[in-house]
Every structure is written in C-alpha cells, then in structure tokens.
Design a protein around this ligand. Sequence first.
Ligand code: ADP
Length: 160
Amino acid sequence: MRTVIYPGSFDPLTNGHLDVIQRAVKLFDRVIVAVAQNDSKNPLFNITERVDLVKQAVAHLPQVDADSFDGLLVDYVESRSGQAVVRGLRAISDFEFEFQMALMNRKLNERVETIFMMPKDTYTFLSSRIVKEIARLGGDVSSFVPAHVQAALKGKLSKA
Ligand code: ADP
C-alpha cells in the first residue's frame, strides 16, 4: 500500500489543489490531504471548515482522505504510514521555498520522499490567496474553486 500525504493550508481548497490530488491518485493507492493548523497564517476558514471543504471536494474519490495535522510534517507522515509527500509546483516562484522545505524534511527523516507535481497550465496562476482577494472584491471565482467552496466563501465574506 503506497500512501502519499498532500499537506497545505487549503484556505480554501481550489481547483489547482484538486488537480494535484487527481494526479497523485494515479500514482499512489491512498492520498491523504493533510490540512495544517497554521494559525499563524491567520486563515479565513478555521481548521474544521478547511477539512470539511476538502472532504466534500474528494467525496467521489474513494482513495482520498482528508485530515488535519499539527507539528512536524515528517512525524505526521510516519504516523499515517506514508512513504512520500506531494507538493504542487506552479512557477519558479514556488521553487526556492519548496526546495528548502523538501531538503529540510529529508534531513529530519530520510525515509520520507518529496515529489512535485505541475498542475494543468490554466491553474498555474491560481492560489487560495488570489481566490480570497477576488471573492472579497465581489469577483466571480466559479472557474477557480468547486461550487461548495464558492458558496462557503460567499457565506464567510458576507459575515465579515
Ligand atoms: P501552503 O500554505 O502550505 O503553501 P497551500 O494550500 O497554499 O498551502 O498549498 C498547498 C500545496 O498546493 C503547495 O504545494 C502549493 O504549491 C500547492 N498549490 C497551491 N495552489 C496550486 C495550484 N494552483 N496548482 C498546483 N499546486 C498548487
């Protein structure tokens, strides 16, 4: 059983994240989307909401689970009997940070490999931050996120 962990903030999940998940499903028996608590990032959605939005998005994919984690990623990977971490690479701008993280995680635990997947070209400009900004300004995000995420953004921002 090959298990990969896909960690991130997912604040909220976008079609770019889904693209990476669908690609990872082709390579692994099980994909665990691990939402980081990351309170220092001051997320728009709390941890329960973020996990729930992921759960709804992957409900049709039986090999995919959604979970949350706190603490060191490599410890979480071991606790879920994972072999690897998958991260998305959109552009050169992602590279430096991802390179540093991957090598640091290898230093912390040599058994955990990091693999990178490139999304479909139309998602290379997409980020949760940009989606939140467009939604906040009243723009249409329907082609960037699943319908239930769009509805959640609407609900959240109307209360803000
Ligand atoms: P983090 O705060 O850990 O970067 P994100 O939720 O922003 O969390 O992203 C999680 C992972 O998904 C990262 O590897 C990021 O590069 C990747 N990712 C985010 N948006 C996209 C996208 N549009 N296409 C491909 N990968 C993406």
